[in-house]
Write a protein that binds this ligand. Structure first.
Ligand code: ATP
Ligand code: LTN
Length: 339
């Protein structure tokens, strides 16, 4: 892609920490594709596979490698177009680690302690509450600020991290003069929080141990339908969006995302019908919505040379853009330039 200094910039990323779910798709990746196309004239688009974030939780090396490559292929299969967007792997661009160290020194212990993702993940990984898990948001801030991103499309769970990124940017700018663009958060109207099918009060998460809690982007049609059939709902029988009906609200949200129908349309469509029919329809819509992406994913994974060339070239381009911000930061904080 051609990076233009006169355009604004969009940046986002997903961790290759597990198999991607429809939460990642509807909350993030699908909107990246829309933004890339609808805002092409106005924005550069950069989409990163954040493998350095993934190791804040223990990963199996071979699996991390495989998933990193697969995540690149998923971005492409979802319609992120290398002619319009820069797709790259975080660890291929050293400036992320370099800026993240600097930003760590401008991020407060108290701020990091308040991050709900840190609290949730340390409760889940009590035997591995490492420093990386704690300083995770400073690395995320580096990802964003390095490219002077204006807009960051994410699901609702990342809003707090984005606010911290803004605070870090503003703090730095105040001390050293205008250095970073202060980014805005972009969230989809529907799909910013897809919930677990096993516990619809919790967000669907790719690192959930219960395989029935998430629908994966690469699940087969049979698996998708089976998982929706088993989805936890309530003892009521009517398909309507209402407080206390978390399971049905979640299924309606997913159905709405895949069909474009409003909640009102959906209530009418299923009037007088039971949850069984509705769940079947959600399963079908989801499986059909993912089918073209899955076919394209398969095709891409058979062409490793293409994926490798793309990763190499894009990492070089990202490094070039990132180094400009990094040099500016190094100069401002007083690092002696290498003679
Ligand atoms: P993990 O379980 O490993 O923490 P995750 O499934 O939460 O992973 P991330 O890689 O942390 O996924 O998130 C990538 C993007 O997907 C972020 O923008 C995040 O907000 C979005 N996202 C993740 N889960 C959901 C969800 N259930 N609903 C909507 N958006 C989501
Ligand atoms: N923390 C994010 C992933 C992430 C990200 C980013 C998202 C890392 N760096 C930069 C947007 C922009 C998450 O979803 N857990």
């Amino acid at each position: 892609m051609e990076f233009s200094n006169s355009k604004k910039t969009i940046l986002s990323g997903v961790q290759p920490s597990g198999n991607l779910t429809i939460g990642n798709y509807l909350g993030a990746i699908r909107n990246w594709e829309t933004l890339q196309n609808e805002k092409y004239e106005e924005y550069n688009s950069l989409y990163c596979v954040v493998d350095m974030h993934a190791i804040t939780v223990r990963q199996t090396p071979a699996e991390l490698r495989r998933r990193t490559m697969e995540t690149v292929a998923i971005y492409l299969a979802a319609g992120i177009d290398p002619a319009k967007s820069l797709i790259f792997v975080q660890s291929h661009v050293p400036a992320h680690a370099q800026l993240s160290w600097v930003l760590n020194c401008y991020t407060m212990f108290g701020e990091l302690s308040r991050m709900t993702q840190f609290k949730d993940k340390s409760a889940k990984n009590a035997q591995n509450i490492n420093a990386g898990l704690f300083t995770y948001p400073a690395l995320m801030a580096a990802d964003i600020l390095l490219y002077q991103a204006d807009l960051v499309p994410v699901g609702i769970d990342q809003k707090q991290h984005l606010e911290l990124t803004r605070d870090i940017a503003e703090r730095f700018n105040q001390v050293y003069g205008n250095t970073f663009v202060v980014p805005e958060c972009y969230m989809p109207k529907t799909g910013a929080k897809i919930c677990s099918l096993a516990d619809p009060t919790k967000k669907m998460s790719k690192s959930d141990e219960n395989p029935n809690a998430c629908v994966l982007m690469l699940d087969s049609k049979d698996d998708i339908i089976r998982k929706f059939k088993r989805a936890v709902t309530d003892s009521d029988t009517s398909v309507r969006y209402a407080d206390g009906k978390d399971g049905i609200n979640n299924l309606m949200t997913i159905y709405s995302c895949f069909t474009g129908k409003t909640f009102e349309d959906i209530e009418k469509e299923f009037e007088g019908k039971g949850y069984g029919d509705f769940k079947m329809a959600v399963g079908e819509a989801c499986a059909d919505g993912l089918a073209p992406l899955q076919a394209e994913f398969k095709r891409l994974m058979a062409d490793k040379v293409y994926l490798e060339n793309l990763m190499r070239e894009n990492a070089d381009q990202a490094s070039y853009i990132a180094r400009k911000t990094l040099s500016k930061v190094y100069r401002k904080i007083g690092f002696l330039a290498k003679p």
